[in-house]
Design a protein around this ligand. Structure first.
Ligand SMILES: [Zn+2]
Length: 62
């Protein structure tokens, strides 16, 4: 089975341990790094957490 290297932490993971959405974009991030990156991204665009999700932000934030 092919292992993937996480772009963030450099660890080796099998496919089902990676974030599937980022993987379709050609990015390999383990789920743990993906969620911490999501959090960091959200804090950046939405520091006060006014929006419930990225979908909400797309609809209401522009
Ligand atoms: Zn990682």
């Amino acid at each position: 089975m092919k292992n993937y290297i996480c772009n963030e932490c450099g660890g080796e993971f099998s496919k089902n341990q990676l974030d599937p959405e980022l993987l379709t974009d050609g990015e390999s991030f383990c789920k743990e790094c993906a969620s911490s990156l999501m959090e960091a991204g959200r804090d950046f665009v939405d520091p006060n957490h006014n929006f419930n999700s990225y979908e909400d932000w797309d609809e209401n934030g522009r």
